[in-house]
Design a binder for this molecule. Structure first.
Ligand SMILES: Nc1nc2c(ncn2[C@@H]2O[C@H](COP(=O)(O)OP(=O)(O)OP(=O)(O)O)[C@@H](O)[C@H]2O)c(=O)[nH]1
Ligand SMILES: [Mg+2]
Length: 534
């Protein structure tokens, strides 16, 4: 039997005994918050590790069942390999049993076990048959967390299910960890946790934090509270990061290998797989990907192909699964597969349908990274990075630097100015404060047109600023010409302070004009229409 890592996620209606069952199986009470104990319900995701009779250890994510917390359930279920659905013997299949089953289907989590819980309270027969109807391919086992009955049979069923699922540990791809928790430990610093979807994370590695493309060094890695040199995909991983403050990272961010090709996108071409009637062109829905979510308009592209026009960026690769939920009243509509993570804004056409059909069949040899370069009108933040990287930020030494900068500007620059330029380029959306920079070098960079003073004490590399300017124009174009500080801050993954300085600078450049809390693009609307209208 393979002992490669796997993650198990609970599912099921509120009060159907998920947390009690995990506590009985693992000894861990996954309800940590005082409010969870006071209300007797789970609110946040909970974590434990479960050892099966074979010695195999599963990472466990316990999700809340309350209907108001389905989005938390989705964030927990993303990245799991198998499910443990609970159905209470005295209650049977209920609305969130169905909704959680729909989320698992949308995420293509096909393997798992049903525990018919509380079988000390009622005859489990009816619940067993309802469960088998809902999830026909899963074994259903009657159990009681109170008496311990059925637990050995449940462990054995879980072991069989685990054996039939391939682990992601061997799947190729860069490291991708969708962050679900961020905290600090005194003396240790910032720690993020999540399920590692692919790749591995090793101590000492330098990774990238998205969407802001910030670098972070891995100071330590833990799995099941044990420090490891390297953590493999398919399990819950805690990563201690240096170079990133706890306030600079949040749930929904992604920790990825450098150069993974992942980048924020506002447009996704996808194939929908809905459990309900097809949506209408223009419908607004909530899209969940990883531990992140965003509202989007649906634009029909022909057949089951739709373009998702997102109101906030997501970070997918082609081939990833999305969950679509109705906004009001909230309900799960079904799933979608990402076919193009960085398409142009477009409508239906015969060529497109053919291309998407090929992608849906897995025929197009597609690299999400290559695909993302400059093809999108929406996802320009990668520009902040690609502007830096395409100019070879890593390799700008004094001589290479002169070549890249063009002779005119570079000849006048000293080595320290070139080094400074490299730092500014690398900093992207969040440059170092001027107190850390040499004034003489900065002045030389400004004179050479390589650095721009955005506010007192704040310089940006000219390329980074150009990319940010393009981003603001695109953001405005998608939002009636308006850009807010919060919007730009989120888009850049930067702090309020920097977003404000940038918008004020763009006001002074007459790109935008401030009206109350909004900065409005000065150019005419016509000019700002999307570059590739449907
Ligand atoms: N008699 C009996 N009670 C149980 C059993 N399992 C759980 N309970 C009780 O049912 C209640 C709800 O259990 P939880 O484990 O909190 O349910 P949950 O599914 O985690 O609930 P949410 O996370 O809020 O969706 C608690 O009072 C448990 O003690 C069981 O097997 N037998
Ligand atoms: Mg619970």
């Amino acid at each position: 039997m393979s002992l490669a890592p796997l993650t198990l996620g609970t599912a099921g209606h509120i009060d159907h005994g998920k947390t009690a069952l995990i506590r009985t199986l693992t000894g861990v009470d996954t309800d940590r918050l005082p409010e969870e104990h006071a209300r007797g319900i789970s609110i946040e995701l909970g974590y434990a590790s479960l050892e099966l009779p074979s010695g195999r250890r599963l990472s466990v994510i316990d999700v809340p069942g309350h209907k108001r917390f389905v989005r938390t359930m989705v964030a927990g279920a993303t990245g799991i390999d198998l499910f443990l659905m609970t159905v209470a013997a005295d209650d049977g299949v209920m609305p969130q049993t169905r909704e959680h089953a729909a989320v698992l289907r949308a995420l293509d989590v096909q393997t798992g076990v049903v525990a018919v819980t509380k079988s000390d309270l009622a005859d489990p027969t009816a619940a067993l048959s309802e469960a088998s109807e809902l999830l026909p391919s899963a074994e259903a086992v009657p159990v009681s967390a109170r008496t311990g009955e059925g637990l050995d049979a449940l462990r054995a069923a879980l072991a069989r299910a685990a054996q039939s699922v391939p682990s992601r540990a061997d799947a190729p791809g860069p490291a991708r960890l969708h962050i679900d928790r961020v905290f600090t430990i005194r003396g240790v610093g910032t720690v993020v946790t999540g399920t590692l979807w692919s790749g591995s994370i090793g101590q000492g590695e330098v990774l990238e934090l998205l969407p802001g493309h910030r670098r972070a060094r891995v100071r330590g890695v833990q799995v099941h509270d044990q420090s490891l040199a390297v953590a493999a995909a398919g399990q819950r991983v805690a990563v201690n990061l240096t170079g990133i403050g706890v306030a600079e990272v949040s749930r929904g961010d992604v920790l990825a290998s450098r150069g993974s090709g992942l980048g924020p996108t506002h447009l996704i071409d996808a194939q929908l797989q809905l459990d309900c009637d097809p949506p209408e062109h223009g419908d607004r829905v909530q899209i969940h990907h990883g531990t992140r979510e965003a509202p989007a308009r649906l634009a029909w592209l022909g057949g089951r192909f739709w373009q998702l026009r997102l109101e906030a960026p997501l970070l997918p690769f082609a081939g990833d699964r999305l969950v679509l939920r109705q906004i009001a009243p909230p309900d799960t509509l079904g799933g979608a597969v990402v076919l193009d993570a960085h398409p142009r804004k477009h409508g239906p056409s015969r060529g497109l349908t053919e291309a998407l059909t090929r992608r849906a069949r897995g025929e197009a040899a597609e690299s999400a990274g290559a695909d993302s370069v400059g093809s999108s009108a929406g996802a320009e933040l990668p520009g902040v990075r690609s502007a830096a990287e395409s100019a070879g930020a890593d390799s700008v030494g004094s001589s290479a630097g002169a070549e890249l900068l063009g002779v005119a500007g570079a000849e006048a620059l000293s080595e320290s100015a070139l080094e400074l330029e490299r730092r500014l380029r690398e900093a992207g959306a969040e440059p170092p404060g001027d107190s850390e920079l040499d004034r003489k070098d900065l002045a030389a960079l400004r004179a050479a047109g390589r650095a721009v003073r955005v506010s007192r004490g704040l310089h940006y590399h000219a390329d980074a600023l150009a990319a940010i300017r393009a981003l603001v124009i695109d953001l405005g174009a998608r939002n009636d010409g308006k850009v807010t500080l919060a919007h730009l801050r989120d888009e850049l993954g930067t702090s309020r302070k920097f977003a404000q300085a940038l918008l004020e600078h763009l006001d002074s450049e007459r790109i935008t004009i401030r009206r109350g809390d909004e900065h409005v693009l000065r150019r005419s609307r016509a000019h700002l229409e999307p570059r590739n209208p449907p």
